[in-house]
Design a protein around this ligand. Structure first.
Ligand code: SF4
Length: 362
């Protein structure tokens, strides 16, 4: 039997497996990455999406509080980070954070996202105070914030365990932590990205495990398009899937492309393929997010037919993600989001941080 026939037979068996809802192996996922039939991948992923979540496509009304752009790290792709002496460096005071929290109330958002750099001058106590002040102003809001990178940093600088950091954040009001710092777990690529100052992939997974065991949710993500091999992508996805098997506390998965100027941009084809393969391989994830801020609204809308079922948030205020080169709009109006979802033949619904549905737009 020649190689082409072998490949066709293997692909046929793989399609049968996916169609039957069986878990696929890492080798299977590698085969999907080498498959150029995007419509086939889309059809398989879309069927799985339909079975797992139906036609509802979610988004969240959220409000971002960016406390500082000062960061001690030097990730090569980041153009958000500033050094303390830079003219445009800023750090909010606790009063300013509280004012922003009060402002968020006018927007009636169910979620506040706290974000910023790894600020060498801000202690864990500062953030605990900030959380208390936010909660004082907006009692019924879910707060999302702090990635394993920050949690690792607090653990080291405060000389306390990761568990203790997480417990303090939880007691102060954190509902979920962010998936920041996962990038792609392959050490070779982390070196290329210049994020050696950040934690390793193993450390990221350990901290996520601890958070989940303490009842704190999080998302999982993967940065692609930075020169990694398909094998490295699959290894990353496999580690995420294994942890989700253990804890079940990842709320959703978000693949996003490396978009820094000067590097080859990820293609639309690759973006859509990543969404489809994420849906197929991550059989223990209910939600796959198409990040409109990266894919553009048009790309995100198309991704809805390739396995995605969530479009993330409406409010975008000075995100780190834009500072890595994304060129999409920073804010989308609620009605525009609803129109985009309806135009794709799906049912728009606003959700909270844990994907509880707040309002369906028929
Ligand atoms: S990506 Fe995050 S950790 Fe890295 S330099 Fe930028 S703000 Fe700092």
């Amino acid at each position: 039997m020649d190689n082409t026939l072998n490949y066709k037979n293997s692909l046929k068996e793989l399609i049968r497996k996916i169609d039957a809802g069986e878990r696929i192996s890492e080798d299977d996922a590698a085969m999907l990455f080498s498959c150029n039939d995007l419509l086939l991948l889309g059809a398989l992923a879309d069927k799985l999406r339909d079975g797992r979540v139906g036609d509802v496509v979610t988004f969240v009304g959220n409000y971002h509080i960016c406390y500082s752009n000062i960061c001690k790290n030097n990730c090569r792709y980041c153009i958000f980070k500033r050094d303390p002496q830079d003219a445009d460096a800023f750090t909010l005071t606790l009063d300013e954070i509280e004012e922003l929290a009060a402002e968020s109330k006018k927007n009636e958002v169910p979620e506040i996202l706290i974000l910023g750099g790894i600020h060498p001058g801000l202690s864990l106590d500062f953030f605990i105070d900030a959380l208390h002040r936010i909660k004082k102003r907006v009692v019924d809001v879910n707060i999302l914030g702090f990635s394993p990178v920050e949690i690792d940093y607090f653990s080291k600088t405060e000389n306390i365990s990761v568990d203790e950091v997480l417990l303090q954040l939880k007691q102060a009001g954190i509902c979920a932590i962010t998936g920041g710092g996962a990038e792609i777990f392959a050490p070779r690529i982390r070196k290329i990205l210049g994020c050696e100052d950040k934690i390793s992939g193993d450390r990221w997974l350990d901290i996520m495990r601890q958070a989940h065991l303490l009842g704190i949710y999080s998302n999982a993500s993967m940065l692609y398009g930075a020169g990694e091999t398909y094998t490295e992508r699959v290894e990353h996805l496999a580690q995420i899937r294994r942890l989700q098997d253990e804890t079940g506390s990842f709320t959703h998965f978000l693949p996003f492309a490396f978009t820094q100027k000067g590097y080859p941009a990820a293609t639309g084809y690759d973006d859509i393929k990543m969404i489809a393969i994420s849906r197929i391989f991550l059989d223990n994830f209910k939600h796959i997010r198409a990040y409109w801020s990266h894919l553009g609204l048009a790309g995100a809308q198309i991704a809805l037919s390739f396995g995605a079922d969530d479009l993330n948030g409406l409010k975008q205020k000075g995100r780190i993600i834009h500072s890595s080169g994304g060129g999409s709009p920073k804010l989308v109006q609620r009605q525009r989001m609803i129109d985009i979802i309806k135009d794709a033949g799906r049912i728009p619904a606003e959700r909270d941080i844990l994907f509880n549905i707040i309002k369906v737009y028929k």
